[in-house]
Design a protein around this ligand. Structure first.
Ligand code: DGL
Length: 285
């Protein structure tokens, strides 16, 4: 069954319903921010699956199980569309999710295509989790777009956890990042793909450590894709002047909630968006 073709007709999705977005933790909030910029009238529900973070070290099977649990929560809520705001979960689970749930599901993938188009040296670097880099989906992406370019990959073991632990002050994260960026210097890499949604949080650090590289963040492209899916199925929520963002975490402790709050309030400084952070019901954890 092709969920994207039958979504609105079969399920009678309502434009007023929110859009579900999920990731293993803080990373997908970088995608959520991009979605909100393009779609300011939509309501969002964000699930941070931080009890199982990082996904990058888990088996594809485990990630699929977690993705199903979250999709069950989203469809019961109900939501009108879902964004898998995680490269690792997209690589492991998006195909299966689309086969099982009758709503539009948008995935993310490392921006290899735009990087290959803009590189001047013909050498690009891809930072991502081991799970993303060893997936068939990534291999296909690289084969499709990286033929005339040298593509250097770095599986950034420990980087997601360092970002989660240290946000917003990244001292250990910086040391770790340096280890992963150093090889790119000798390889004359001029374009770096942020192949994990956590990495836009350290984009500034990347530029501090590697001057004059271009970084590729696909947040805006994902937002445009979501916008076109909503339009296609007549699901846009027009005229909603008090949008909400509800954040649920599989471990909504005080420290994590403060980080989410800080990150979102930095993004929504001048916006009227109301933000609520609560525990994901136990049944889905
Ligand atoms: N933000 C996720 C991604 O884009 C991080 C995965 C993880 O938790 O390791 O891949």
């Amino acid at each position: 069954m092709n969920s994207q073709k039958t979504a609105s007709s079969t399920l009678k999705l309502d434009p007023k319903w929110p859009i579900g977005v999920f990731d293993s933790g803080l990373g997908g909030l970088t995608v959520l921010t991009a979605l909100q910029k393009v779609l300011p009238e939509e309501n969002f529900v964000y699930v941070a699956d931080n009890k199982y973070c990082p996904y990058g070290n888990r088996s594809a099977n485990e990630i699929r199980q977690r993705s199903h649990a979250i999709l069950k929560f989203f469809t019961a809520y109900p939501m009108k569309a879902v964004v898998v705001a995680c490269n690792t979960a997209t690589a492991a689970a998006v195909k299966e999710l689309r086969e099982n749930y009758n709503i539009p599901i948008i995935g993310v993938e490392p921006g290899v295509k735009p990087a290959c188009e803009i590189t001047q040296t013909g050498q690009i670097g891809v930072l991502a989790t081991a799970g993303t880099l060893k997936s068939e989906k990534y291999e296909n992406l690289r084969n499709l777009h990286g033929k005339d370019v040298e593509v250097f990959e770095q599986a950034c073991e420990g980087l997601v956890l360092a970002i989660e632990n240290e946000y917003p002050n990244f001292s250990e994260t910086k040391n770790l990042l340096k280890v992963y960026l150093d090889p790119f210097k000798n390889q004359r890499v001029d374009t770096i793909v942020l192949g994990c949604t956590h990495y836009p949080l350290i984009e500034e650090l990347i530029h501090q450590l590697m001057h004059s590289v271009v970084t590729i963040n696909t947040g805006a492209a994902i937002a445009r894709q979501l916008e076109s899916q909503l339009k296609k199925y007549h699901l846009s929520h027009i005229g909603n002047f008090s949008p909400t963002v509800n954040v649920l975490a599989s471990r909504a402790d005080k420290v994590f909630s403060e980080k989410v709050d800080r990150l979102l309030h930095e993004n929504y400084k001048n916006s009227k968006t109301q933000i609520n952070i609560i525990q994901l019901p136990e049944h889905y954890c």
